[in-house]
Design a protein around this ligand. Structure first.
Ligand SMILES: Cc1cc2nc3c(=O)[nH]c(=O)nc-3n(C[C@H](O)[C@H](O)[C@H](O)COP(=O)(O)OP(=O)(O)OC[C@H]3O[C@@H](n4cnc5c(N)ncnc54)[C@H](O)[C@@H]3O)c2cc1C
Length: 567
């Protein structure tokens, strides 16, 4: 491309290096320079929680290729013919003269760098809420850069940390909490919203994950605001005041989300979007067509809602980098948008979501049908099977899948990816139920849980059975409603675990036809079993026998949450 050979990239972690590498492959002659204010480039930030936990023992693993080569300035010059200027801050953009003012941070030396095309890959920075003392005491960290992880790990190694408070129960907050709890540190997670993972899970799924976390002796305080941090004479943090009382802490990790780094773009007069991140078109061009932007500093279009959203993820940042590289080489590549597919592993649970959540879909005006379906990730007789839960959110009527959430010790993310793919290609409950997925006992059940969940939702949509969420069942019990909870499990299962309440009637499914007279016809009947399947069958039996008001508990006891009525 004549006239576009001088390419300047600001930001050297995910988007920047990816854009540089792609451009280099397509434009062997281009002069490519990355400007990075930090000392490291191209590191795996997503691996930081695993370095913190000790699972990744050496930080160099996060900056190395899979062949063991360290991705430093020499590597980029030697392997990619890309010049990387670390500890160099881009201070301003002179769009008229197509140049960027940079300062070499160690020496303070300033100069201009010219560009034909500029890429903004300036990422995001952690949000630090205005809490009294938050910037004052030592041992209060965010986890964003490898330096943060090194400091936290050194503190843990020094055996000075017995109790930690994590502020924020988002993706990073929970990963950090897990990493700390695994090192025998007493951890409390404080979340201002009324559920954990508020931007990721619906409340019914969040409750299940919370139960798993609490079972591992980690305290979770939701709907709780941190009001102040206090410390000792040595300047170290010691106490965290919240709206629900005081917590002792030798370490505080602030995980309250990130905000896009837009100051350079804003000062240069580039347009910001509705979310406050940099506006880009589908070619990832900013409002100045010779300036591209991608990764955590830009907003994206949600492929289901068609709304602009801000959801900073490495998966998106890397794709952006590649698309930008293509466009720098003149290929006119589009970046369509995102489904917001995100995943995390914490407390032995694989958790993920894609597309819209139920509450979000309702807010957008969709009429939805949902299914919460527990199952095993492979044949129940296969020794290594584990449980998992799938929630589907589909549009009532068309059956179009709008979103999915998964959770469990089992292979949940495989299902998430299948469902993300289905949404991308306009999949409906009908097509998902009939997907030709791979099956052998070590990998799945003969009808995979994703298809099973689709069938449950189809049954509901077809009026074959009405489900009721566990939260509603709890409400009915707590509110003293005269309902019958018909537990159709085997006696030994009931002994093991169940809902202890006088309104529970136990009739195993195999005896239901003979003992139907014991079930009152004039009351609301809610059937339940462990996973929901037998509960559904019981609904069919009772409905067929003319019972007017029968529902099954969505997700069965596997989705049951701890309430005063639960065991
Ligand atoms: C602990 C943690 C866990 C994560 N886990 C996941 C995960 O599991 N999955 C997932 O998809 N995502 C995850 N993420 C998010 C992911 O790391 C980011 O989405 C990704 O790093 C974004 O890449 P980026 O290049 O756009 O921005 P960044 O990684 O933020 O890099 C931008 C760089 O630009 C530099 N810069 C900014 N302004 C200037 C300037 N004026 N001059 C010079 N340099 C500048 C910054 O110093 C920074 O190094 C995680 C993030 C963290 C912190």
């Amino acid at each position: 491309m004549k006239g576009s050979h001088k390419i300047l990239i600001i930001g050297g972690v995910a988007t920047g290096p990816k854009a540089a590498a792609r451009t280099r492959r397509l434009l062997p002659e281009a002069e490519i320079t990355i400007i990075e204010r930090g000392g490291l480039v191209s590191y795996g930030g997503c691996g930081l929680p695993f370095y913190l936990s000790g699972l990744v023992p050496d930080l160099r693993q996060l900056v190395s290729t899979n062949a063991g080569l360290v991705r430093d300035t020499d590597f980029f010059l030697r392997e990619k013919n890309v010049r990387v200027l670390t500890r160099t801050l881009a201070e301003s953009i002179d769009r008229e003269n197509r140049r960027v003012a940079v300062v070499d941070l160690p020496t303070g030396e300033r100069r201009w760098l010219d560009y034909d095309r500029l890429v903004l890959a300036t990422g995001a920075e952690p949000v630090v809420p205005a809490i009294e003392g938050i910037n004052h005491w030592r041992n209060v960290f965010t986890l964003h850069h490898p330096d943060d992880a090194v400091r936290i790990r050194e503190l843990i190694k020094s055996k000075q940390v017995r109790q930690a408070v994590v502020i924020g129960a988002g993706l990073i907050g929970l990963e950090v909490a897990d990493a700390l709890a695994g090192q025998r540190i007493k951890v409390t997670v404080v979340e201002i919203k009324d559920q954990i993972l508020p931007n990721m899970l619906d409340d019914d799924m969040a409750v299940i994950l919370r139960r798993e976390i609490e079972q591992r002796k980690v305290e979770v305080l939701t709907a709780t605001r941190v009001t102040a941090l206090d410390g000792d004479a040595e300047g170290k943090v010691r106490r965290v005041s919240t709206t629900r009382g005081e917590l002792e802490a030798d370490l505080v990790v602030v995980a309250c989300g990130v905000k896009p780094n837009v100051s350079l773009a804003q000062a240069a007069g580039l347009a910001l979007g509705r979310t406050g991140a940099i506006y880009v078109n589908e070619y990832l061009q900013t409002s100045d067509p010779v300036i591209y932007a991608g990764g955590d500093c830009v907003e994206n279009m949600h492929l289901v809602s068609r709304e602009m959203i801000y959801l900073p993820l490495a998966s998106t940042a890397n794709k952006h980098g590649r698309v930008i590289g293509d466009n720098l080489a003149g290929r006119r590549e589009r970046f369509g948008g995102v489904l917001g597919t995100s995943a995390l592993q914490a407390f032995d649970q694989n958790t993920g979501r894609t597309g819209l959540g139920e509450q979000e879909a309702c807010r957008l005006g969709y009429r939805v049908v949902t299914a919460v379906t527990p199952s095993t990730d492979c044949a129940h007789y296969y020794p290594m099977h584990s449980g998992l839960m799938v929630k589907l959110v589909a549009e009532a009527g068309s059956g179009r899948l709008l979103g999915a959430q998964v959770l469990g010790e089992g292979e949940a993310i495989k299902r998430l990816d299948v469902l993300a793919t289905a949404i991308t290609f306009g999949g409906t409950l009908d097509t998902i139920a009939k997907l030709d997925l791979g099956y052998a006992p070590p990998f799945a059940t003969a009808i995979d849980v994703a298809a099973h969940a689709a069938n449950t939702a189809r049954n509901k949509a077809a009026g074959l059975a009405e489900g009721i969420p566990v939260a509603k069942v709890s409400e009915r019990l707590a509110g003293g409603k005269d309902v019958v909870l018909l537990d159709v499990r085997q006696p030994e299962e009931v002994e093991d675990r169940g809902i202890r309440d006088g309104r529970v009637l136990h009739i195993p499914l195999g005896e239901l036809r003979q003992r139907m007279r014991e079930v009152p016809r004039d009351k609301e009947i809610i059937t339940l079993c462990e996973l929901g399947v037998r509960g559904y069958e019981a609904v069919r039996i009772l409905s067929g026998a003319g019972f007017p008001d029968v529902k099954f508990m969505d997700g069965g006891l596997a989705a049951w949450q701890d309430t005063p009525n639960s065991p």
